[in-house]
Design a protein around this ligand. Structure first.
Ligand SMILES: Cc1ncc(COP(=O)(O)O)c(C=O)c1O
Length: 442
């Protein structure tokens, strides 16, 4: 494509950008014009290697022809039809494709439009499940410190990132949090799942003792926490959470918005980490981010309790105008077909050892205090500048962008998650550019 044909805005004022330093950006805009394969291109035509799959979502790489054509074809057949008391074939097909990939016995899929909506939907399903079974006292939702479950009131309340909560008042009642799993000295620079820390899951026993099991509906965690800076679960931790949930009749929800669709070398984190939850949220990689779509998969027993246990009529008073939108469904089917045909989870698995070694080679750079990885994710933690938390990593981000590599930073942690089509020379370039930027920013 001719770069000069790309649209150029002449007014940056109206768009209130999400999770952004609007004033800085508008004084120093960094624009993306187009994308292809592993790379973005600025409107001027400068290539930026994508070290983050957009926002953890373009797992199959950018500009995939198969996905684009599926969307175009569907737009010409059916632009939109509701899925309230009405159906269109492609939404059912997309749900069936997802159900083929989820763990056994988890065959029911509810569609949303984002990870945030998936998180809130999962929490509502958990509450409805207990109510349907006559346990209306189970209204308490448990999250984890440093968890991220999007920005709806449910996900934000159960989430554990102080900065995301502090502007918004009292949030949901009846919420509590497990401790995070970050920062154990013994785990610093661990490769893959760290050895220490399974005991941190026992904090759920304390919350049961405090509140009473009969008040607790669900526990929601990310299998690998991404947005808060790549926290990999200690070996045995998720297994322990599963055991305690089973012991007390508490539903376990995995937020797989990042870990789904090949990121950890398997379809879902549940498979890689060996623990099957009762409910799983997903979004992002589901459509390769080409059209917004999220989904919630539930175990058949959860569905049966709510749907088959209800009197005739609407069984769950929940849904979105765009649940199962035809263009999103078409994008999902094409994406999942690419996953299968190109074995994207297998590609991630094959690259993982190289990725891991390359990420850990940054240990030699100044100010690096920890490195973590799992699948094609890596977190590189830098020591903060005194009185200026986040400033060092933000400088590294800007230097990398100017040097042609997109990374993501949260506080002083660099979080990496390249498209799963990534190859060794891409890995070398990502890590080499970061190394140089860290040294320059020191
Ligand atoms: C684990 C997790 N849950 C939920 C979300 C929210 O997704 P969205 O931004 O699509 O609402 C994210 C986004 O990064 C996420 O990482």
């Amino acid at each position: 494509m001719n770069e000069s044909s790309l649209p150029r805005p002449n007014n940056l004022d109206a768009f209130w950008m999400p999770f952004s330093d609007n004033r800085y950006f508008k004084a120093n805009p960094r624009m993306i014009g187009r994308a292809e394969g592993m790379s973005y291109y600025t409107p001027e035509g400068r290539e930026i290697l994508d070290g983050t799959a957009g926002l953890w979502c373009c797992n199959a790489g950018h500009g995939r022809r198969e996905i684009k054509e599926a969307i175009q074809k569907q737009a010409a057949i059916l632009d939109y039809a509701p899925t309230f008391q009405l159906g269109h074939p492609i939404a059912f097909e997309a749900a069936a494709r997802i159900a083929e990939m989820t763990p056994e016995g988890m065959d029911k899929v509810f569609f949303t439009n984002s990870g945030s909506e998936s998180a809130d939907t999962a929490l509502k399903i958990a509450l409805a499940y207990h109510k349907a079974r006559g346990e209306s006292s189970r209204v308490r939702l448990i999250g984890r410190e440093r968890g991220y479950h999007g920005v709806g009131f449910g996900g934000m309340s159960v989430g554990g990132i102080g900065g995301n909560r502090k502007q918004f008042g009292a949030l949901l009642p009846y919420v509590d949090h497990l401790p995070h799993t970050h920062g154990l000295k013994e785990n610093l620079f661990a490769k893959g799942q760290p050895e220490q820390g399974a005991h941190l899951a026992d904090a759920l026993e304390n919350l049961v003792a405090l509140h009473g099991a009969e008040t607790i509906a669900a526990v929601m965690v990310e299998p690998v926490a991404g947005s808060t800076g790549v926290l990999v679960p200690p070996k045995g931790y998720l297994q322990r959470l599963r055991e305690i949930c089973d012991k007390y009749g508490i539903l376990l929800i995995f937020d797989e918005v990042i870990t789904g669709f090949g990121r950890l070398g398997t379809n879902f984190g549940a498979e890689r980490l060996g623990v099957v939850p009762d409910i799983m949220t997903m979004a992002k990689g589901l459509t390769n981010a080409a059209v917004p779509m999220g989904a919630v998969a539930v175990k058949n027993g959860v569905f049966d309790a709510i749907v088959n246990g209800a009197p005739a009529g609407i069984e769950l008073f929940h849904g979105y105008t765009y649940s199962g939108h035809p263009l999103a469904a078409a994008a999902a089917i094409a994406t999942l077909e690419l996953h299968r045909a190109e074995d994207l989870p297998g590609r991630a698995r094959a690259l993982e050892p190289y990725w891991q070694e390359a990420a850990h080679s940054l240990r030699a750079a100044p100010h690096v205090v920890d490195i973590r990885d799992c699948g094609l994710i890596a977190g590189i933690e830098l020591v903060s500048r005194p009185g200026a938390a986040g400033a060092r990593a933000m400088e590294v981000f800007r230097r990398c962008f100017d040097d042609g590599v997109l990374i993501r930073v949260t506080g002083d942690i660099i979080a990496l998650s390249p498209p799963l089509i990534c190859e060794k020379p891409h890995v070398d370039r990502i890590m080499g550019t970061i190394d140089k930027a860290i040294r320059a920013a020191a």
